[in-house]
Unconditional design. Structure first.
Ligand code: ADP
Length: 182
């Protein structure tokens, strides 16, 4: 699915985020920034060791990356020039500020892209794998955070890259359901 939010192209596709040619891709990292499973492992495998080396430097400078925050490295061997590493919350029932923290992860990633003058970026479905965040609720937060950000800023493109057809369907349904919400 492709649509526009003001002047920004918004794309929802099924695919592998490591293969995207947007200027940046977003990694669903963990607080250690030292790699992990899922999309994090895939990005480090495809991007090569320079990404890990840069993550280690960031850690040495500022310590771990708190949940909801974001940091940036180059893209190593990836087509993307940059990787924005953000840490989504672990789902633990919904009463530990998970919604706010997930919102922060998207918002801080978008802010970092804006500050760097990045024109296009791809997001995975943050927190909905190993971290167990319910996908429909996560999709609502992801899409509304992006939509609100795009009221005040224009990228060439913001892309959501969903790993499974099922996840893509959820994101598309949530988009249709909420698109006219203010
Ligand atoms: P988290 O720990 O934030 O839940 P995961 O990596 O476990 O992160 O999962 C987040 C989402 O990323 C899941 O929907 C998972 O299916 C998806 N995913 C895993 N590998 C890739 C990939 N190469 N490209 C895009 N999405 C991926």
């Amino acid at each position: 699915m492709q649509t526009r939010v003001n002047k920004t192209r918004l794309t929802l596709i099924q695919g592998d985020i490591t293969e995207q040619e947007t200027e940046a891709i977003v990694n669903a990292a963990n607080t250690t920034l030292l790699g992990g499973g899922g999309v994090d492992g895939a990005i480090h495998r495809a991007g090569g060791l320079t990404i890990l080396e840069e993550c280690k430097k960031i850690r040495a400078k500022q310590g771990e990356c708190p949940t909801g925050e974001a940091v940036i490295t180059t893209g190593g061997n990836l087509k993307a020039k940059y990787v924005i590493h953000t840490v989504g919350p672990v789902w633990s029932g919904g009463k530990r500020k998970e919604d706010t923290l997930l919102h922060n992860a998207y918002k801080n990633s978008l802010s970092l892209a804006k500050d760097k003058g990045i024109g296009s970026l791809s997001f995975p479905s943050i927190s909905t794998g190993a971290y167990g965040f319910p996908i429909e609720r996560a999709a609502e937060i992801a899409l509304s955070t992006v939509r609100n950000f795009l009221k005040g800023y224009t990228f060439e493109e913001v892309r959501f890259v969903l790993f499974s057809e099922k996840d893509l369907n959820v994101y598309e349904e949530v988009w249709e359901k909420t698109v006219n919400r203010v």
